[in-house]
Design a binder for this molecule. Structure first.
Ligand code: SAM
Length: 226
């Protein structure tokens, strides 16, 4: 049984895929996919000893060692050409760290046809990186767990031009406007509203910060109202 967030990631894995789950921690995702015969092969990559041991334990105790292979390594260094990985998954990390891991891979000439990314923060930085490196966002979803919202992107190779709105709100999400998408951005509107109130109270209405927050507020309203 996966969390809603990891289930949203799992939904994008193609049947028979050969995946690398980078930053796998307990390897819950590849273990789940292997148990359900959704994948042929997986690497559970971890940079830290503790999580790596968790992954090893999970894989062995479930008898999945033929399919899921734990590796202690930094980022995409966990993957060798012999693994024939077609899908790289990076979930549950900040967007900046995700792009750093992908960039380090590119300098090692590692490029993969499918990516499934779930940044916890800074989704726009991930989308900017994807556009710059000739990846296309094929699908997106958003889920809520408690007070947290999580965006998941399914990515393929190919050029894509994203507008500023696409980059901040997601090219697919901002068209679909699901109830969860709306809830996420309504919440952000409330947060910015309070920031603007405080700036006004502090007599800081003629500052660059005030202008930027106002602009941000308007952009969100435009996306929600259209
Ligand atoms: N992917 C799982 C999920 O979504 O539930 C676990 C997320 S956990 C919050 C992030 C994991 O990424 C940690 O276990 C951490 O050790 C690992 N990590 C961070 N940087 C990494 C890197 N450069 N290479 C591999 N793993 C990394």
């Amino acid at each position: 049984h996966l969390s809603l967030r990891l289930q949203a990631v799992a939904n994008y894995v193609k049947k028979g895929a050969r995946i690398a789950d980078i930053g796998s921690d307990h390897a819950y995702l590849p273990a789940y996919l292997a148990r359900h015969q959704q994948i042929d092969y997986a690497i559970a990559g971890e940079v830290a000893r503790g999580p790596f041991d968790n992954a090893k334990h999970e894989i062995q105790s479930q008898g999945l060692a033929d399919i899921v292979h734990p590796r202690l390594a930094n980022g995409l260094k966990a993957i060798t050409p012999d693994d024939k990985i077609d899908t790289v998954i990076i979930a549950g990390m900040g967007g900046i760290l995700i792009t750093e891991i992908l960039s380090a891979g590119l300098t090692q000439h590692q490029r993969f046809p499918n990516l499934i990314l779930q940044p916890n923060t800074d989704e726009f930085i991930v989308r900017e990186w994807l556009m710059k490196h000739d990846y296309t966002i094929h699908s997106e979803s958003i889920v809520q767990e408690g007070k947290h919202f999580y965006e998941v992107m399914m990515i393929e190779q190919g050029k894509q031009t994203l507008s500023r709105q696409d980059i901040y709100f997601g090219p697919v999400l901002s068209k679909q406007k699901s109830p969860t998408f709306k809830a996420r951005w309504e919440k952000e509107l409330e947060r910015i509203h309070i920031i603007l109130l405080k700036l006004r109270q502090a007599n800081k209405m003629n500052t660059q910060a005030y202008d930027e927050w106002s602009q941000r507020y308007q952009e969100i309203q435009e996306v929600l109202n259209r």
